[in-house]
Design a protein around this ligand. Structure first.
Ligand SMILES: [Zn+2]
Length: 134
């Protein structure tokens, strides 16, 4: 059983009090016109997901508290929750530093950490950007 603390409202509960929402930090391909997005970019956005053994970044929803979405860094082997953080935030730097080179998340946040704070997290529709990182 996972014991989760919502970073938004502080609600503490097991995983049945929350809703798993899949992989975190997925960006929609950058274009105001969907017809300009390549089939490969659209496929990757919709279907291609990381499935690491070890540290993973996920989206969760606080069903029995504030109903807000948030991010979680969790080890898929030990089930240890490393951090819960806001939906517009990047993982804490100390968590990013723990990603081993064998993990597909390795290097994923390098570019985003270098971006200005206003665009480093999940972008708004007008500033969507495809990173092509996997
Ligand atoms: Zn909450």
């Amino acid at each position: 059983m996972l014991l989760i603390t919502c970073p938004v409202c502080g609600n503490v509960g097991d995983e049945t009090d929350f809703h798993y929402g899949g992989q975190a930090h997925i960006r929609r391909p950058a274009s105001a016109n969907p017809g300009e997005v390549s089939d490969e970019a659209q496929r990757d956005y919709l279907y291609v997901r990381l499935n690491p053994k070890g540290l993973h970044f996920e989206r969760w929803r606080c069903d029995r508290g504030c109903a807000k979405w948030f991010h979680m860094a969790r080890d898929t082997v030990t089930m240890e929750i490393k951090a819960c953080y806001g939906i517009t935030e990047l993982p804490p730097r100390e968590i990013i530093a723990q990603i081993p080179p064998s993990n597909p998340w390795y290097g994923f946040f390098d570019q985003r950490q270098a971006e200005p704070a206003s665009t480093a997290a999940e972008p708004k529709n007008a500033e969507l950007e495809s990173t092509g990182e996997r």
